[in-house]
Design a protein around this ligand. Structure first.
Ligand code: ADP
Ligand code: MG
Length: 698
């Protein structure tokens, strides 16, 4: 149960004064719809209105707050001209200029003969001081509140800074005092205040430096978030480790046969990874291992060898893929080998229904199937294994911790191998996986040529379209990737839907009806799969996609990938995307379209991706150039989306949080001490409370 103290955090924002349904919907899209989403919505800038000169002193161009008396209104003679109001103080006079000014409003806000306070920038026009549209107008009583520093928040179309500030302010004022979860000695050493104070301070910047990641209040909040993350991961890991493993020792007979059946030798990196995995499986401890390997490094084969160890030892193995189509591809790749070895391999997806499904489940439960490949359908309630020994999860970051656990709960002490194609720098992998053991495939099978990668300015779009059409006319296939699907999200992004329409208009007559497909994130899963399958089967030849295109799907005929707004993608993501092409015999190429003039960082980043084919190096460089928050496009990658921590800036805090979490659970494994109770609040506050169940079941 969530502690009652935290109820305000999860209160919907439409309970705030002045937040109607329309506004609430806008904000929900931007930050999330609960008060805590506003708490974590950090100011990105500030406006300093503390400068209070007289009219004569006021420096043009600098924001100032002035106390003036209103002289005279000059409504325009024609509506196209501005409305003018003259104002003055003891030192001089000033003209206020309003375009489309409404007379009734202006007479109310600035009544002639009255004293008012205004804030804005003065400019000189024909040698006379004027202020166009003051930012603020108030009465003398309001001057103290007006002549202050205002935080500036990230906004979205239709949402004004004024309204956002008010709502955040009110949301923050409802933040409760929470029990302290920090170690008092550490807190003191860092000079950090309490949680509520830190939150208040975060939203009250006074100087530009106050927005930096290293302020005590921001550091404290970042630490809180990292501690919640590390504690949750550790709880899950402990839970897994406590369910002790069992030794699975294979005699090697199937692996030896496979060695002989493979058309090529394993790479050294594959051999090494397989040895590490077999070693873990043979031990009493339960395996929790992450297999990292760049696209094309041969992870699937490592998975097969690992599963054979389980089968040799008389157990079953399961391989879980994030989508139907990937599961099917894995099954198609591995089935011929399984057949040669006399190993029973089956595919189970959400599409299997009725009798066929019942028969399959029956065989799984009786041990008639040795290896099963599937989607998350694998851990549904009615799926039972005879003797599951190893779960391999090919996740491309799509499965949550809970789902990974779901599969391993299908057996006794099931060993777990997680495969990921994203080369994750150590800092990031800690936050996503905690302290998992890691095997890396640092070497690729020989023979594959790097994808020929070029950057192209968007002005050359017509040439790019022509190149695409020519490729397709020679029987090859092309991906066209756009960053976002909805024009409304960010107005100048090339939307996939719009690009799809434009490409159809230009090319469909030439390439044939139905030859241009579309797949994007907002489509229902079944439609997505269908669009992918059309492309795999060659019914469509040009696939316009947002980044949902499956990182692991093999379409050997695909030789060209066009990526629009390449400058907005994480490099690791670009690298994965281009790994989609050139997987058949023919070499692949990649065109990175960029818009506008590239800044220095963007240019450096695109240079790396052009010149390097090493996913690990690319990820490290990107981390160095951009900072962790952006590197992987966290939202798409499924890595935790930190709202207060910035891993590039707070890497040292992460290390401390990890040690802290370890110590906490050593001393207080069930979080029952007063600090433990406070830490439960922390887990709820950062929505890591799924981990709390592992406390009880321990
Ligand atoms: P990943 O899943 O790591 O992206 P795959 O397992 O799909 O990579 O392998 C990529 C391609 O390389 C596949 O066609 C696979 O058959 C092939 N392959 C795997 N291991 C080797 C090897 N040792 N030598 C040559 N080709 C290999
Ligand atoms: Mg793969």
């Amino acid at each position: 149960m969530r502690p009652a103290l935290l109820n305000p955090a999860f209160t919907p924002i439409n309970r705030l004064k002045g937040c109607g349904p329309k506004l609430a919907a806008l904000i929900e899209k931007l930050t999330g719809g609960r008060l805590l989403d506003l708490w974590w919505h950090r100011p990105s800038g500030l406006v300093d209105r503390r400068y209070r000169p007289t009219i004569a002193e006021a420096q043009p161009g600098r924001i100032c707050t002035l106390e003036i008396s209103v002289e005279k209104h000059f409504p325009p003679r024609t509506p196209r001209l501005p409305y003018r109001i003259t104002v003055s103080d003891a030192t001089g006079s000033l003209t206020l200029v309003f375009f489309n000014g409404r007379e009734d409003y202006l007479l109310r806000a600035l009544p002639p003969g009255e004293t008012r306070v205004i804030s804005g920038q003065i400019e000189l026009f024909d040698g006379r001081a004027q202020m166009t549209h003051p930012d603020r107008i108030g009465t003398p009583a309001e001057i103290a509140a007006m002549a202050a520093v205002e935080p500036v928040y990230p906004l979205t179309a239709g949402l004004s800074g004024r309204v956002m500030s008010k709502l955040v302010d009110e949301a923050v004022s409802r933040a409760p005092v929470l029990p302290e979860w920090l170690d008092p000695a550490y807190q003191k050493r860092q000079g950090w205040g309490d949680w509520q104070g830190a939150l208040h301070r975060l939203h009250k910047p006074e100087e530009a430096e106050d927005l930096e990641p290293f302020t005590p209040w921001r550091s404290r909040l970042a630490y809180d978030e990292l501690l919640a993350n590390q504690l949750a991961l550790l709880l899950v890991r402990r839970r897994l480790k406590r369910l002790t493993g069992r030794p699975l020792v294979g005699d090697g007979r199937l692996r030896d046969k496979l060695d002989k059946a493979l058309p090529w030798p394993l790479t050294n990196a594959q051999r090494q990874a397989i040895a590490e995995i077999a070693g873990d499986m043979a031990s009493e401890r339960r395996m929790l291992r992450l297999l990292q390997g760049d696209v094309g490094s041969g992870k699937t084969m490592v998975a097969l060898y690992s599963m054979l160890v389980a089968v040799e030892a008389g157990a079953q193995a399961a391989l879980m893929a994030p989508t139907e189509i990937l599961a099917r591809q894995h099954a198609e790749t591995l089935a011929p080998y399984a057949e040669k070895l006399g190993v029973k391999l089956a595919l189970l997806t959400g599409r299997d229904k009725g009798k066929a499904r019942a028969a399959l489940l029956e065989q799984l439960a009786s041990g008639g199937i040795d290896i099963v490949i599937g989607t998350h359908a694998l851990f549904q309630g009615d799926v039972a294994f005879h003797n599951l020994g190893l779960a391999v999860i090919d996740e491309q970051h799509r499965f949550g911790v809970g789902q990974r656990l779901g599969l391993t709960n299908k057996g006794e002490g099931v060993d777990m191998l997680v495969m990921t194609a994203t080369p994750i720098p150590r800092t990031l992998s800690l936050t996503a996986y905690g302290d998992m053991d890691v095997s890396k495939l640092t070497e690729k099978p020989p023979g594959r040529k790097p994808v020929d990668t070029r950057t192209v300015a968007a002005e050359r779009l017509p040439e790019v379209m022509e190149a695409v059409a020519r490729k397709i006319e020679t029987g090859e296939r092309v991906y066209w990737v756009c960053p976002l699907v909805e024009e409304s999200e960010v107005s100048d992004l090339a939307a996939a839907a719009e690009r799809h329409a434009a490409l159809r208009e230009k090319l469909e007559a030439r390439l044939g009806a139905g030859s241009i497909g579309l797949v994007h994130g907002q489509m229902p899963a079944a439609d997505k799969d269908a669009a992918m399958e059309d492309f795999v089967a060659g019914r469509s030849k040009l696939l316009v996609a947002t980044t949902v295109i499956e990182v692991g799907v093999d379409v050997p005929e695909a030789t060209l990938i066009v990526i629009e707004h390449a400058e907005r993608f994480g490099l690791a993501q670009l690298h994965q995307l281009r790994g989609r092409v050139g997987r058949g015999g023919k070499p692949g190429s990649c065109l990175l379209l960029y818009y506008g003039k590239l800044g220095e960082t963007s240019r450096a980043r695109l240079k790396i991706i052009r010149e390097s084919d090493d996913g690990f190096r690319i990820a490290e460089e990107d981390l160095r150039l951009r900072g962790a928050g952006e590197v992987l496009g966290t939202r798409q990658s499924g890595l935790p989306d930190f709202r207060l921590a910035d891993l590039a800036a707070h890497a040292d805090l992460l290390a401390t949080a990890r040690d802290d979490a370890k110590l906490i659970l050593e001393r207080d494994p069930t979080l029952k001490t007063p600090r433990g109770e406070a830490l439960r609040h922390l887990l709820y506050l950062f929505e890591r409370d799924a981990a709390i169940q592992y406390l009880q079941s321990g």
